[in-house]
Write a new protein. Sequence first.
Length: 225
Amino acid sequence: MVSTPLTGSHLAFACNKLAQDPKLKAGYNAMGFSQGAQFLRAVAQRCPNPPMKALISVGGQHQGVYGLPRCPGESSHICDWIRKKLNSGAYTDAIQKHLVQAQYWHDPLNDDLYKQHSLFLADINQERVVNETYKKNLMSLEKFVMVKFLQDSIVDPVVSEWFGFFKTGQAEQTETLQESALYKEDRLGLAEMDKAGKLVFLATDGDHLQFNREWFNAKLLPYIR
C-alpha cells in the first residue's frame, strides 16, 4: 500500500526493490491512496518486473487536479483566482522537480503548457508521445480498480478519481473517461481494458479517503486476496 508519492529516483528505487524481492516474483497486487495511486500506476507502466496483477486506486487523481483542497474554483471567485495564479509557477522546471503536487497539476485552460512542461503526469498519460511499452504494461493488469469519493472536498475535479477531467479550454464542465480523447485515442489502452472488463469503477459516499472497515472488506479486499 502506498499513501505517499514516489517520484524520480524514488520511483526507480521502488521498482528496483520490487524486482529484487523473491516473494513477488510471481506477481503482486498494489493499492495506492490519493496521490500514491497515480504513482503506483507509474510503477505498473514503467516497471513490469515483477508483474502487477491488480491496481487499486483509492481517491487517486489520474487526470490531475485543477483546484485546491476544500476550495473548488468553480464555486468561488477567490478559489478560481488562486488556482489561475498558481499556473505562473506550477510548470517551471524547479517547481516541477521539487513539488510533488505540481507534478499532477493539470490546467485545462492552458493545455499546451501542461503537455509541454508537466514532467510526470503528462508523461504517464501519454500526452506528448505514445510509449507503447507503457501501454502494454498497463494493459497487462488483470484489474484496475478506481474508487471515487462522492463528497470529496480535496480532489478537484472529483471525476479525476475515475480518470475523468474538465473539458479542454474551460474549468467548469467535466467529461468522463469514456468521453475523453485519452479514451477515444486509447493512448493507454484503457478503452480496450474497459471492453475486456478490466476496469472497475467504485464509489462511496464520503469525503476524501473516508470509508469504514466494512466497506473496505466488502468492496476492496476481494481484489487483493
